[in-house]
Design a protein around this ligand. Structure first.
Ligand SMILES: C[S@@+](CC[C@H](N)C(=O)[O-])C[C@H]1O[C@@H](n2cnc3c(N)ncnc32)[C@H](O)[C@@H]1O
Length: 325
């Protein structure tokens, strides 16, 4: 399991670039970028080096934490997965590549693809002195058009990019990414109902194309959740002083809500029920909402069942519950 916190090399590279960068300016720029995202816009507002830095300062820690949690879920279900090559689609500042390098010591070859030249430059600068990513390849241009030219990779990651495309382009990109994924594909989106809908569409499309779901779902059936219910998870991460300053936040942590799906070409060796919400730990029993192979089940574990209760006390939102427990 990898930590949700940025690796030391990445933090140092980011801190070096943030030296002398006014926090007021960073706050204004990141505010503008967030407003665009909330209004349904994309990364098009990230134009200057200062915009890219402000974006990285504001968003890289949280997206890193979400990717780390998603990759942890994948490695838990597919412990034998040892990708050597990675394709990071819509890589931005390279966040997912850094997380994948931590999650998979086997990775040797990193290809980052992005349409935004400013973010790409920052990604290359951040990676320059990295032990693992210094030799990474950066491909410019539109992912939907460019993927045909790219070699297959053992693992393909699409972190917070799908929402920037039209529905028709999302389908095209999904197909193209799957064609490039030799062993696995992981897609991560914001943990909103719209993000869930996009992940669900990708999941259905790729199951129809022969993919298996390694995580979070323990099955390939239609998602059993009924609207307005939707699936998402939350990852807590430490908030740096600089992040507190630009966000005007008091607490020393942030909670990133996200949704993901990890698909593999071969069936996962094991299946695990997934905790879909924070369990309610009562005096008499623990009540939890689990997604199981049979559907979504509200589970109650009574205190008198000592071993099961002790085990259920450790359940956290997003955890995989292996069948023996
Ligand atoms: C929200 S950022 C996420 C960046 C990075 N994956 C992360 O998790 O931090 C979305 C990225 O997708 C890129 N992007 C959006 N549409 C794209 C397209 N059609 N082709 C290539 N990149 C695209 C943007 O330039 C931006 O860098």
């Amino acid at each position: 399991m990898i930590s949700p916190t940025l690796p030391a090399e990445l933090r140092a590279a980011l801190d070096a670039r943030l030296q002398g960068f006014s926090r007021t300016e960073a706050a204004q720029r990141s505010q503008k970028i967030s407003t665009t995202y909330r209004a349904g816009g994309g990364s098009g507002t990230i134009k200057s080096e200062a915009d890219a830095l402000a974006y990285a300062l504001a968003r890289m820690p949280a997206t890193y934490a979400a990717v780390a949690a998603s990759l942890n879920a994948l490695t838990e279900i597919a412990p034998d997965l040892a990708p050597e090559t990675l394709l990071d689609v819509g890589a931005g500042p390279g966040t997912a590549s850094w997380a994948a390098a931590e999650a998979f010591p086997s990775l040797q070859d990193f290809t980052l693809l992005d349409a935004n030249a400013t973010l790409s430059r920052l990604a290359l600068e951040l990676a320059r002195d990295s032990t693992r990513l210094a030799e990474c390849r950066y491909l410019p241009g539109d992912a939907s058009g460019n993927l045909a030219e790219v070699s297959q990779a053992d693992l393909v990651i699409a972190s917070y990019i799908i929402g920037e495309l039209s529905e028709a382009d999302q389908r095209k990109l999904t197909e193209a990414m799957w064609a490039k994924a030799r062993h696995a594909l992981v897609a991560i989106e914001p943990g909103t109902s719209a993000g869930y809908a996009r992940i669900l569409a990708l999941r259905e499309q790729l199951i129809a194309a022969g993919g298996y779901v390694a995580a979070p779902c323990p099955h390939e059936r239609t998602c059993p959740l009924i609207a307005p219910d939707w699936c998402h998870f939350s990852q807590r991460l430490p908030r740096s002083q600089a992040h507190r300053q630009i966000k005007g936040a008091e607490v020393p942590f942030e909670d990133e809500r996200f949704i993901y799906v990890a698909l593999t070409r071969t069936p996962p060796a094991s299946r695990a029920a997934r905790v879909l919400a924070p369990p309610d730990i009562g005096k008499a029993e623990i009540a939890a909402k689990l997604c199981t192979e049979a559907g979504v089940a509200p589970v109650k574990v009574p205190r008198r069942d000592k071993a099961a209760y002790a085990s259920a006390r450790r359940w956290r939102w997003g955890d995989a519950i292996m069948s023996e427990s």
